[in-house]
Design a protein around this ligand. Sequence first.
Ligand SMILES: [Zn+2]
Length: 464
Amino acid sequence: MSKIIEVEHLHQPGGWLSPGYLELGEGGVILSVSGTRPDRGVDERLSGFGVPGLSNLHSHAFQRALAGRTEFITGALTEDNLWTWRKAMYRLVDRLTPEDYEAVAALVYLEMLQFGMTGVCEFHYVHHRKGGAPHDNPAEMSDRLIAAADRTGLGLTLLPVLYAHGGIGKPVEETQRRFVHSVDDYLRLIETLRSRRADNPHLQVGVALHSLRAVAPDEVKAALAGIEAIDREARLHIHVSETTHEVREVEAGLGARPIQWLLDNVGLDPRWCLVHATHMDASEIAGAAASGAVAGICPLTEATMGDGFFALPEYHDAGGAWGIGTDSHYCTSTAEELRILEVGKRLHLNRRNVIARPHPEGAAVHSGRLLFDTALEGGEQASGQGGGALVAGRRADLVILDPDSHVLLGHGPQTVLDAWILGGTQNPVRDVMVAGQWVIRDRHHPEERAIRDGWKQAAARLFA
Ligand SMILES: [Zn+2]
């Protein structure tokens, strides 16, 4: 039996229905959407603004534990960037147990839901025990992430990471042994995780190559050939061009800038998510945008690391798809990530509304709406979870924004997304549905207290 939900204002591609009626079927799929009240009446009526849930396209859940713990310098420090931060991250990796991994992931997944995200792409590289021996269950750490997603109700695209080297032509460091697989063992892990989908219909399993620093060209090609044989639709994620240091290393080692190397040697297409893609030259911007790959921008993490500015207007104008990830989770808010992306670029370029372009008929073009809609499409493309729009056939991922929250007071559909994303800091997310199931009601999750307690215990162990 289907269920009908009336929403006061319902986000639609290109506009709004006020009110809108969503018919939800078995399996959490949207059967129909209408602006006309159905004859049979409605099962539930919601005030406020109903928008699609966003898929967060890049996460390392465990790194949430480091937020706020690396914001100082010591007297001996001569440089401070991603590479120095990484040493602190590796010290955390050395202590991380499977229990910690699950506890931290549950907290960060809960936070994502509370800020209006309904799916995540988890770029997961801490696979083994300290020293590199596999767990008795080689998929132990992956299963912990699946458990955290199940517990919170967040949609998961699990991306086990292939990692083989400590840099181009360099052996791995001691801490990195927890990350390493041969290509064959890696493909076996992918097969094992795909088997988990039998009792977990919303789990997606994709592929992640850590970077061109950590995976050699022959391994890149072997892994892609192996995946092609298993799943031709699998999403393919890679860290690329985050820092100028990485660009120089790849250029010296492989003879081309990282994105150019991918374009020339493996080919990019819409299955690919280029995580960061911060430092692209004009030819890489044109090539990556034309390939249909999604750029996976992680605005607050990149800002916190001092990585540099993504070429937002250039890439957007070239027709490039992009979405946002919260990466190290200095922020888990849809609105704040999109805001720093837009306003950071305004600071950089000394102008306002950096991606909005004039409408041919002179209509207003709203930056909040444009940022949100582009990130929705990019997130869905990178995650393959089946949501991203409130239209028939998509997964019913619905986020209700509270019209009584301070940031939205007095706003109507025309400006509500500008108000949420660019107009204030209070979080207006009130209710969140994933695959037809309410997971957040009136800002709270039923497991919230237990998840917070689990996190506090993990933090006490990790930072004793
Ligand atoms: Zn990352």
